[in-house]
Write a protein that binds this ligand. Sequence first.
Ligand code: MEV
Length: 415
Amino acid sequence: MSSRIPGFYKLSQEERLKIVKEFAKLSDEDIEAIKGKALSFEAANRMIENVIGTHEIPLGVATNFLINGRDYLIPMAIEEPSVVAAASNAARIARIKGGFHTSSSDPVMIGQIQITDLKTPYYAKMQIMEKKEEILRIANDQDPVLVKFGGGARDIEVRVFEKEKMIVVHLLVDVRDVMGANAVNTMAEAVAPFLEKITGGSAVLRIISNLAVYRIARSRAIFDAEALGGERVVNRILKAYTLAKVDPFRATTHNKGIMNGITAVVSATCNDTRAVEAGCHAYASRNGSYTVLTHYEKNEDGDLVGSIEIPTAVGVIGGATKHPIARVSLKILGVKTSKEFGEVLASVGLAQNLAALRALSDEGIQKGHMKLHARNIAAMAGAEGEMIDKVAEKMVEKGTIRVDVAKEILEELKK
Ligand code: MEV
């Protein structure tokens, strides 16, 4: 079934759910979970401490995503207007020239074990490297299930901090389809005493690194020049990208726009948004200064080609993904592995960024925001049903979005 669904935004909740149900083969129970209060107090109280209630934000689906020739509907949980529409719009443009194409590394996370109080840190590094196989064995003994599914500790790295008289051992763990924090932290804690014994040092930190440089997802797409608004817009997008590349003040906002999309999907699936955000922003400064996560170039046809490379510490099982909404969101996404999930996230990030740059380089960002904002204000002024759109439209025409203006227009229209 195609994810290209023109006019999806105009449908009622029931009509939208019917399409999503068919697309993702959801059960009636899944639909009820999305519609109702999915998370009971009891379940919430098992997730975190001191629970007093649950917090709801809208769950939408972005349409039009074609990734490696397959159609995806993208669940997004977010409070910000225009993000879902923008992602869908960019995905629609990407479709014209074949959609997104992706690749990724194995899902390898880093566990850090800090060993301090070393007289001879370089020497300690050598002592540790000699015992690599034994260290990996201790780590893998902690998680026979992960090993059974083809994951487990694969390698070690040792980084020396000479002045500080310490080293940090990186345990590289293929975590397969989980986010990995639990598995990696358990392994890091388990190997620490052995590392102390080998080196005579003292282990302090034993924890995952969120700079997941070995768990990378990439995506690329061609954005048709005409659909973007022509050569002028393409050139202006390239200029906007150039500023972001050289200026951390702009790069931060540029990347924030990317994370609008990524975080919304990570959130819909109850993965750890903070882990992904920290990883992406740190990755953006891996060469010494903070810069962009996406790149844009013009190809020989005059089209804009975009690419993105990001670390993606997300799981499709484990953690909070058993949350009823997260479970259905993953079903809608239809991703089978954490690698595939990472590649979808990269594609969403690229789409979100392109959409923002397109709007900023052309009509500006406020026009899109205005429509939704105007609808909210119209509803606040008492408009209902079709009247909401009519009042909103008139306000946008006038260029003034205020409750008193909405009330005036509403009175007029009622007459
Ligand atoms: C707003 O949430 C995101 C943007 O500021 C991103 C950008 O400027 O590229 C529109």
